[in-house]
Design a protein around this ligand. Structure first.
Ligand code: PA5
Length: 425
C-alpha cells in the first residue's frame, strides 16, 4: 500500500493539516506505536489481530476447505465482521466459483437468493464469533431447512467458524460439523485475515498465502513514525483532518473489485472509532461512477470531508476501438484503463483545486499481495487512529445494545425506551 497525503497538507485545503502540526502529531504516533507494539507482544484483545500475518495457518484453512472444493456455490452465512472480510477478498480476487453472502434477514432477499442457487452443489459456511447472533442463526435455520427440502444432507455441505461457546459451537459439536476456531483476541471486523475471512476466499480460488504475505509486508512496515509507515500515515491524517472538521471520510476506489473493500472499510472505521462522541463517518463511493453524482458535493458542499482515493498502478486493460464519430479523437489509441486513470487524476486535481483534502492510496495491482496489504494496512491505520482518539477501538457497545434489544423484542419484552413520534400519513 502506498499513501500520498500531500493534498491534505496543502494550504488551500479546508480543513487542512499544517506541516508543523503533522510533525507534532508524529510524537503522538510514536507513543501510540509503543502502545500498539506492547498490545501485539502480549496478544491483547484486538491488538492480537495485527499478529495474524504471523499466526494464521493458511495450510490448516486449505485442509479444512479441501472436502468442499467441488462446490459450484459457496454461501457464507454471517453478518458484519463475520462476512465482510471474505466478501471484500472474494470480490477483489475471486475466480469463477460463485460466492454468495447471506447477512441480512430481509425475507425477499433470502428467498431470491435461495431460489437462484442449486443447494445440492452449494457449500454453506456459517460464521459467528459469538455463536449467538440472531440474524446468522435465523438464516442458517432457513438454509438448512431449504437443503433438507431439496433432499440435501446439510451436515455434508456445511462447515462453521466460531468461538469456543455459543449456539453455533453447540451445533457443530452435536452434528460433528467441520469447525474452525476464531483466533483468540481477534474482533469480528479485524478478522478478514483469519479463519473467518480466508476459508471462503480459498474456495473462491484466491491465493490466500499471497494475501497473508502482503499483509506481512505491511506489518513489517509498522514503525514509530507516520513518515515511514503508509498505514500510520493514513490513520494519522484521517484523525488530524477529522480533528479539524473533516467528520466525513468518503472512500472512493477506482476499481470495481474494491467496491466491497469500501463497504468493509466503512464497518471497520465506523464500528471501531464511533465512540464517546468521536469518530469519522465513512461514506462509500466508486470511481468513476460517483464522479457523476457525489463529486459535486465533495467539491462544492460543506467543508466537512476528506476523500480517500484508492487506485491501482497497474490493471488489465481493454482497448477502446477507433471510432467514426466526430469529436471523439481524444479517445483514439486510448483504453478503458487509461480513461479510468485520467478520470482518477482529474478527480484528484478537481478536489485539490476546490480545497477539499484527499489522501491517495495506491496498490501495485489488484493482486493477492496488494489486497492483503491494503486490508492489513487499513486495520493498522484504524488501530492507530483509535489510540489517537483515545477510544476503545475493539468494543462495540452500541451494536451489542441493538442485538440485545432485538432478541428481547422477539421474546416479548416491550420495555424499550419510548421512540418520539409525530405521524404524518
Ligand atoms: O465487528 C464486530 O464485532 C461485529 O460486526 C460482528 O462481527 C457482528 O456483529 C457479527 O457478530 P458475530 O460474529 O458474533 O456473529
Amino acid at each position: 500500500m502506498h499513501v500520498d497525503v500531500g493534498n491534505a497538507l496543502s494550504e488551500a485545503a479546508t480543513p487542512g493539516v499544517p506541516r508543523d502540526a503533522l510533525d507534532r502529531l508524529d510524537d503522538r504516533v510514536a507513543d501510540a506505536h509503543r502502545r500498539i507494539s506492547e498490545g501485539m507482544d502480549a496478544g491483547e484483545f484486538g491488538y492480537a489481530a495485527l499478529n495474524l500475518p504471523e499466526t494464521v495457518d493458511a495450510g490448516e484453512i486449505r485442509a479444512a476447505v479441501e472436502p468442499f472444493a467441488d462446490a459450484d456455490t459457496v454461501l457464507t452465512v454471517g453478518i458484519g465482521g463475520s462476512a465482510l472480510g471474505a466478501a471484500a477478498l472474494c470480490d477483489a480476487l475471486g475466480d469463477d466459483t460463485r460466492t454468495e453472502f447471506l447477512d441480512n434477514v430481509d425475507p425477499a432477499g433470502v428467498r431470491d437468493l435461495l431460489d437462484g442457487i442449486d443447494l445440492s452443489t452449494t457449500v454453506m459456511h456459517v460464521v459467528s464469533r459469538s455463536g449467538t447472533t440472531a440474524e446468522t442463526l435465523a438464516n442458517f435455520l432457513v438454509v438448512r431447512d431449504a437443503m433438507q427440502d431439496a433432499g440435501v444432507d446439510w451436515t455434508e455441505r456445511t462447515f462453521v467458524t466460531t468461538g469456543p461457546d455459543g449456539n453455533l459451537r453447540d451445533l457443530a459439536d452435536a452434528h460433528d460439523l467441520p469447525a474452525l476456531s476464531v483466533p483468540d483476541g481477534v474482533p469480528g471486523r479485524f478478522s478478514a485475515l483469519s479463519t473467518v475471512g480466508l476459508p471462503v476466499a480459498a474456495l473462491a480460488g484466491v491465493d490466500i498465502e499471497g494475501v497473508v504475505a502482503g499483509a506481512r509486508e505491511e506489518r513489517d512496515s509498522l514503525t514509530g513514525s507516520l513518515f515511514d509507515c503508509p498505514a500510520y500515515a493514513y490513520g494519522a491524517l484521517a484523525y488530524a483532518l477529522d480533528s479539524r472538521g473533516a467528520g466525513v471520510n468518503a472512500v472512493m476506489p477506482y476499481s470495481e473489485g474494491l467496491e466491497t473493500f469500501a463497504e468493509w472499510f466503512a464497518q471497520l472505521w465506523a464500528e471501531s472509532l464511533g465512540k464517546d462522541g468521536l469518530g469519522q463517518t465513512p461514506v462509500r463511493a466508486l470511481g468513476a461512477t460517483d464522479q457523476h453524482s457525489q463529486l459535486q458535493l465533495y467539491r462544492a458542499g460543506p467543508r466537512d470531508k476528506m476523500v480517500s482515493l484508492v487506485t491501482l498502478r497497474d490493471r488489465p486493460d481493454v482497448p477502446i476501438p477507433s471510432s467514426d464519430l466526430d469529436g471523439l479523437d481524444y479517445l483514439d489509441g486510448a483504453s478503458l484503463g487509461s480513461l479510468l486513470d485520467a478520470e482518477f487524476r482529474a478527480t484528484e486535481a478537481s478536489l485539490a483545486e476546490s480545497g477539499c483534502p484527499s489522501v491517495r492510496v495506491e496498490l501495485d495491482a489488484l493482486d493477492p499481495e496488494s489486497v492483503g496489504g491494503l486490508l492489513y494496512g487499513m486495520e493498522a491505520a484504524c488501530v492507530l487512529a483509535g489510540e489517537l482518539y483515545g477510544v476503545e477501538t475493539f468494543t462495540q457497545p452500541a451494536v451489542e445494545w441493538g442485538k440485545t434489544a432485538a432478541r428481547g423484542l422477539l421474546r416479548g419484552d416491550e420495555s424499550l425506551p419510548e421512540t418520539p413520534s409525530l405521524r404524518v400519513e
